[in-house]
Design a protein around this ligand. Structure first.
Ligand code: FE2
Ligand code: FE2
Length: 121
């Protein structure tokens, strides 16, 4: 994934999310990687949301709604943690990375500009 952000913490965390999503596709993965992804996504979303709240970011509501949708997808994957065969893991990984790419290049990019234009960073 090419560098998409000058906001270091956000960029680093996105890279870690993409790394975890790629791991889902590796051989012999278990539910642990889904749990890690779930926890890390929560950590990342909560931080972006804390910034948005603190800065009274205008696009906050839609952004939080997008995070919530992803949270729900991940929670569902965790709940249904019976037998993740290779094919399923590949399609989940693809789905998650496509979602994240769209989110990072779209809604997150706007938040990034807003934060970079502000004094907070
Ligand atoms: Fe976001
Ligand atoms: Fe993000």
């Amino acid at each position: 994934m090419q560098k998409t952000s000058d906001l270091i913490w956000q960029d680093t965390q996105h890279q870690e999310l993409f790394r975890l999503i790629d791991q889902i596709r590796e051989d012999n993965v278990d539910i642990g990687v889904f749990r890690k992804l779930h926890n890390y996504a929560e950590f990342h979303f909560a931080l972006e949301e804390a910034y948005m709240e603190q800065m009274e970011y205008p696009g906050r509501e839609a952004h939080v709604a997008a995070h919530n949708k992803f949270r729900k997808e991940l929670a569902t994957m965790l709940e249904e943690h019976h037998e993740y065969d290779e094919e399923l893991r590949h399609s989940l990984s693809l789905f998650l990375s496509e979602w994240l790419k769209r989110h990072v290049l779209g809604i997150d990019k706007k938040l990034e500009s807003f934060i970079l234009d502000s004094e907070v960073k």
